[in-house]
Design a protein. Structure first.
Length: 337
């Protein structure tokens, strides 16, 4: 694994400088030398906007639940220009000696805010297994997102294991997320969680791992609540790979130890599956006690070599009638981002 190089207009280390305000503090500008987190902390009401100017902001960003209807956006149309990145992993020791960060705590970007909008940014976790062979908790999250009506567009999400944790604010919540025109890359379970999440026109890219076994990883690992009729929906998207042909699975079901009643749900429809996906056996178990065949995994009108149906029992398909219930509108309900 190689450390990513972030090519931006100007590199910097965020030092916590006071951000610049405009428009009666409704718009906060973050420029080289400023801190994105300082801008979040300065938000004094709903409906504010933070504009992040080109640069690499090496820091952890946490948007609390009471920061409603916040927009966080890059100042240019290119998400490569503004990068928020850090390098914590699950097994990284906290500096105060209180233990490790855990999977959720490893995230570079965390939000529990309802009505969050993020667009035109890169959010990354550049922690590498090869640099930390002593650490066994190798999950290293780029974004941990909870909160209803979380909307990401033209966002690059980069990490290795567990890149995007699309989750809910509580076990009883069915928080909705919408990802459009996003680029998401990783290797193991790199899109996972409990949220009702729609991925439309997104590009998922699997990384080549320096391992001798297959599968090298899985794209999705949903953990949908049994009572939730909708889990993850990928529509009109594509999956490409930097690994050899057939090295990746589409998904495996995640039934967390803290919610053993979960019934993972995933629909991949009208999506191009590249040769990196194992077309013969595209799903796999995480634990034998929860076989993938008992989960809500379905496909519909996918294309590409990874979508070829050679063993029908391994590729459960939606009927045309069933497909009408698995759309952006049905998943998001009364929310129209």
């Amino acid at each position: 694994m190689r450390r990513r190089s972030f090519l931006v207009a100007g590199a910097l280390t965020a030092l916590g400088a006071t951000p610049a305000f405009a428009g009666g503090q409704r718009v906060i500008h973050v420029r080289p030398g400023d801190s994105v987190q300082a801008a979040v902390d300065a938000v004094d009401g709903p409906g504010r906007t933070i504009v992040v100017h080109p640069g690499t902001y090496r820091e952890v960003v946490n948007i609390p639940a009471d920061t409603a209807d916040l927009t966080l956006c890059g100042a240019t149309r290119n998400p490569r220009d503004a990068v928020i990145v850090y390098d914590h992993a699950n097994g990284t020791q906290k500096p105060d000696g209180s233990g490790t960060y855990g999977t959720a705590g490893s995230a570079t970007f965390t939000s529990a805010a309802p009505g969050l909008t993020v667009h035109g940014l890169t959010i990354a976790n550049d922690w590498l297994r090869a640099d930390h062979l002593e650490i066994t908790g190798t999950q290293a999250v780029a974004a941990y997102v909870t909160g209803d009506r979380s909307h990401f567009s033209r966002v690059r999400l980069l990490a290795h294991q567990d890149t995007l944790f699309a989750d809910t604010t509580a076990l009883t919540a069915f928080d909705r997320h919408y990802y459009r025109d996003c680029y998401i890359e990783g290797d193991v379970d790199f899109v996972f969680g409990r949220a009702t999440a729609v991925f439309e026109r997104c590009h998922f890219h699997t990384l080549d791992r320096d391992v001798t076994f297959t599968p090298e990883g899985m794209v999705f690992a949903p953990a949908t609540a049994r009572a939730n009729p909708y889990g993850f929906l990928a529509v009109r998207s594509r999956i490409t790979s930097g690994a050899e042909d057939g090295a990746y699975k589409i998904a495996r079901p995640w039934v967390p130890s803290y919610e053993t009643t979960a019934w993972p749900s995933l629909v991949v429809r009208e999506t191009e599956l590249g040769p990196g996906i194992d077309a013969v056996a595209p799903y796999i178990n995480m634990r034998e006690a929860y076989p993938w065949q008992s989960m809500r995994f379905r496909e519909y009108r996918n294309t590409g070599p990874g979508a070829e149906i050679t063993v029908p029992e391994n590729r459960p398909q939606l009927t045309d009638a069933d497909a009408e219930s698995h759309t952006r509108a049905t998943y998001l309900g009364d929310w129209c981002p």
